[in-house]
Design a protein around this ligand. Structure first.
Ligand SMILES: Cc1ncc(COP(=O)(O)O)c(C=O)c1O
Length: 340
C-alpha cells in the first residue's frame, strides 16, 4: 500500500484492521528473541502451557480451552465440526464476514438476519428463524463493524431457546466490561471465541482460543490440528498474558480514543465498545471517503464489503492520540468540502 501510494511505510496511518496502535509489547519481544533458537523443534501437541495460561486468565479449567491459528482458525474448526452439507448457520448482519465464508466452505448454507437500525440483534426474530437445519448461530459481541454488544440477558435468551450451537465471538472483549463467558458453564450449547490479535497486540502471530462446554472438548480434538498454534505464538501468548501493563495501556488508549473520535468527527459516529468506531459518512459514499483519506496516507475500512452494511459506512480503528487527531482532521476536511 505504501508503494502504491508513494508514501514511506512509516508515514502511513493504518487504521483498518483493529490492531493495537502500541506495537508489540517490549516484554513479549524480549521473550520471543530469547526463544528464537528453539524454532527447529515442534511445539508441544495442543499447546498445554498456553492453554494453562489462558485457563487462568479466563477462570475455566484447561479442558474447557481450545486454541487455534487465530480466532479465524478456531472458528473454522468449530464450523468443520458442526456443519455438514446443507446445514444452516444464522448470521445477524452486518457482521464479521468470515462466518459466511467458513459456512460456505463447509458446504453449509448461511441464513442472514438483518440487525435493527442501531445494529442490535432482534432476538425474537432470531429465535423464530431457527429451523431443524440450523446448527450454529453466530453472535459477535462487541460486533464488528458496529461496535455494540449483546447483553448477557439477550444471549441467555437465545441460548435457552434453541437446540443448536451458539458461538459468541468476543474478539474485542477486553475493550468492554461485558462478557458472556460465565454462561459457558451453565449451557452446553454455548461457545465463546477470542483472540490475541487485538488487545494483546499479536495479530501477526495468529493465536486464538475458545471457551467450550465439557462435552465439546473431545469432539473438537478429533478435528483439531495438533500444531494449530506455532511455537512463537505459544511463547508470545503466555508472555502477553503476564504483561498486564501493556494490556491496560491498550485498553485505556482504545477507550479514550473512541470517545475522542466520537466527539470530534463531524459525521454520525455509532457508540462503540470496541477498539474501532463505525462512521456513517452519508450523503457521501464510503468508497470516496476512503479514497480521500488514502490521499493523506490514512487507511480505514470501507464497510460496503460487509453484507447488509450499505455504501456509506466506514470503520476506523482507534489509533494513538496523534493518529486519531490526524484522521479527525482529514475526515472533517472531507465533510466540509462536501458542504460547500
Ligand atoms: C469479530 C472478529 N472475530 C475474529 C477475528 C479474527 O481474529 P484473528 O483471526 O486475528 O484472531 C476478527 C478479526 O478481525 C474479528 O473482527
Amino acid at each position: 500500500m505504501a508503494r502504491k501510494l508513494n508514501f514511506n511505510q512509516d508515514e502511513l496511518v493504518k487504521l483498518s484492521s483493529n490492531e493495537s496502535p502500541l506495537g508489540l509489547s517490549s516484554k513479549v519481544a524480549d521473550v520471543i528473541v530469547k526463544h528464537l533458537k528453539e524454532l527447529h523443534i515442534y511445539p508441544e501437541v495442543c499447546s498445554p502451557d498456553l492453554r494453562e495460561a489462558i485457563s487462568k486468565y479466563v477462570g475455566y479449567p484447561v479442558n474447557n480451552i481450545v486454541i487455534g491459528n487465530g480466532g479465524d482458525g478456531v472458528l473454522d474448526t468449530i464450523v468443520r465440526l458442526f456443519i455438514d452439507k446443507g446445514d444452516q448457520t444464522i448470521i445477524p448482519t452486518p457482521t464479521f464476514s468470515f462466518y459466511e465464508l467458513i459456512t460456505r466452505i463447509s458446504n453449509g448454507v448461511p441464513k442472514f438476519l438483518s440487525r435493527d437500525k442501531d445494529f442490535t440483534v432482534p432476538v425474537d426474530r432470531l429465535i423464530d428463524s431457527v429451523s431443524d437445519r440450523t446448527k450454529i448461530i453466530f453472535l459477535c459481541t462487541p460486533n464488528n463493524p458496529s461496535g455494540n454488544i449483546m447483553s448477557e440477558e439477550e444471549v441467555r435468551m437465545v441460548v435457552e431457546s434453541v437446540n443448536c450451537i451458539v458461538v459468541c465471538d468476543e474478539a474485542y472483549v477486553e475493550f468492554t466490561d461485558s462478557s458472556v463467558s460465565p454462561l459457558v458453564k451453565k449451557y452446553d450449547n454455548l461457545i465463546v471465541t477470542r483472540t490475541f490479535s487485538k488487545a494483546f497486540g499479536l495479530a501477526g502471530l495468529r493465536i486464538g482460543y475458545a471457551i467450550i462446554p465439557d462435552w465439546i472438548f473431545g469432539e473438537y480434538m478429533k478435528v483439531n490440528q495438533p500444531f494449530g498454534v506455532n511455537q512463537m505464538g505459544v511463547i508470545a501468548g503466555i508472555a502477553a498474558l503476564k504483561d498486564e501493563e501493556y494490556l491496560n495501556q491498550t485498553v485505556i488508549l482504545a477507550r479514550e480514543g473512541r470517545v475522542f473520535l466520537m466527539s470530534n468527527i463531524s459525521f454520525k459516529v455509532f457508540p462503540s465498545q470496541a477498539n474501532f468506531v463505525l462512521v456513517d459518512v452519508s450523503p457521501l459514499k464510503s468508497k470516496e471517503v476512503v479514497s480521500g483519506l488514502l490521499e493523506d496516507g490514512i487507511i480505514v475500512r470501507d464497510c460496503s464489503s460487509f453484507r447488509g452494511a450499505g455504501d456509506s459506512l466506514i470503520r476506523i480503528t482507534v489509533g494513538t492520540p496523534e493518529q486519531n487527531k490526524k484522521v479527525v482532521c482529514a475526515l472533517n476536511r472531507i465533510n466540509k468540502k462536501n458542504q460547500r
